[in-house]
Write a protein that binds this ligand. Structure first.
Ligand code: ATP
Ligand code: MG
Length: 353
């Protein structure tokens, strides 16, 4: 069986370090293994419109921002197809057919949808399109016959729902769709990176992000203002490492060589954590170290981004060519789906049915 990756992001803002450790870094690594026959990276503008219907300009502007972030992180258009979701109308048609296979109560039980409804204060009136976005996401995944979907932990319920749709479809209409597997980051800290405000998830919608394109002074001031252990008031107090965003970020980003370069008095992260827990280590020192680590990690990304910013017509070409290629794949799946559902009226085979 062909090995295919599909994953993507909503163009609701520039990408942040949560995207990087949760999904982007994994995608680039998988891309460079050479083990995948096809890789599709989708800029999900139609999905972004489900909760930004009144702000089409925001979605449009951020398409380019997300594309620049991809290229800056090492997504290589000669190995991966970058596409814009709304340029593939086949995805909308698939969504419409899949809607018949999902109940309203099943959608209501989806924990990610539940949390997002609360976060967006949609409780009183949920846009139908937003409510159905897990179905449209199933269309995205199945249209490309994805076998692997590298995403952050918040997407687990989406993948479960997608697989239910695949099974229901195949049971009802015959084996047609491919069953996808979720690929989560190995590093626990990367599953769901918290915000700089200590909230459970760094998210564009919550404004608690360090962006991949932030300038060095912005990164530094965000790190120095980060939420830590609220009971760690004086340097000599014992501090809590678990659930402390500064240490979670270090778990996600820091490598042994960072200690040699920026904090040689500690051998590794375990030694730093032990000192913090014992007491006698101030937040400022740990934050300064985290700042150095992030600066080292983000500098090459920011520089590559600036190079691509000088080549915007090329970026548009990449998006256009990617969307056209992706459309062909989706159209082929749609033909199979229509055939399985017996709605391929004017194809030769149907005439003889
Ligand atoms: P929005 O607030 O508009 O939903 P978002 O910041 O949640 O934006 P998405 O575009 O919804 O970003 O997510 C894109 C991908 O990045 C998904 O695979 C998601 O799991 C992953 N991701 C997003 N935020 C984080 C995070 N804080 N930690 C780990 N992975 C994340
Ligand atoms: Mg999201």
């Amino acid at each position: 069986m062909k090995q295919v990756i599909l994953t993507g992001d909503r163009p609701t803002g520039r990408l942040h370090v949560g995207h990087y450790v949760g999904s982007l870094k994994e995608r680039v690594a998988l891309q460079n293994t050479g083990l995948y026959d096809e890789i599709y990276i989708m800029i999900a503008d139609a999905q972004a419109l489900t909760d930004n219907a009144e702000h089409p300009e925001k979605v449009r502007q951020n398409i380019l921002q997300v594309a620049l972030d991809y290229l800056a992180c090492g997504i290589d258009p000669s190995k991966s197809t970058i596409l814009i979701q709304s340029m593939i109308p086949e995805l909308t048609e698939l969504t419409f057919y899949y809607m018949n296979l999902v109940t309203v109560s099943r959608l209501q039980r989806n924990p990610t949808v539940k949390a997002e409804i609360q976060m967006r204060r949609f409780e009183a009136s949920i846009p139908v399109g937003f409510f159905c976005y897990p179905i449209s996401q199933a269309a995205d995944i199945t249209a490309f016959r994805a076998t692997a979907v590298p995403v952050g932990e918040d997407q687990m319920p989406m993948l479960e729902q997608c697989r239910e749709i695949v099974h229901k479809f195949n049971m009802t209409y015959g084996e047609t769709l491919t069953d996808p597997q979720i690929v989560l980051p190995q590093n626990q800290a990367c599953l769901r990176l918290p915000g700089i405000d200590g909230k459970a998830k760094m998210s564009k919608s919550l404004g608690n992000c360090i962006y991949l394109s932030d300038e060095p002074d912005v990164i530094k001031s965000k790190v120095m203002s980060m939420f830590t252990d609220p009971n760690h008031l004086r340097v000599e107090d014992p501090g809590k490492v678990e659930g402390n965003p500064v240490f979670i970020y270090l778990d996600a980003f820091c490598r042994p060589e960072h200690f040699a370069a920026f904090l040689p008095e500690y051998e590794n992260l375990d030694a730093l954590k032990a000192h913090y827990s014992r007491g006698g280590l101030g937040d400022v020192k740990v934050k300064r170290f985290l700042n150095e680590v992030l600066q080292a990690e983000l500098q090459p990304i920011r520089e590559r981004r600036k190079e691509w910013e000088q080549r915007l017509p090329d970026v548009y070409e990449i998006l256009k060519a990617g969307s056209m290629a992706a459309r062909q794949t989706a159209a082929k799946t749609l033909r199979d789906v229509r055939h399985a559902m017996q709605i391929d009226y004017f194809s030769d085979e149907m005439v003889n049915r």
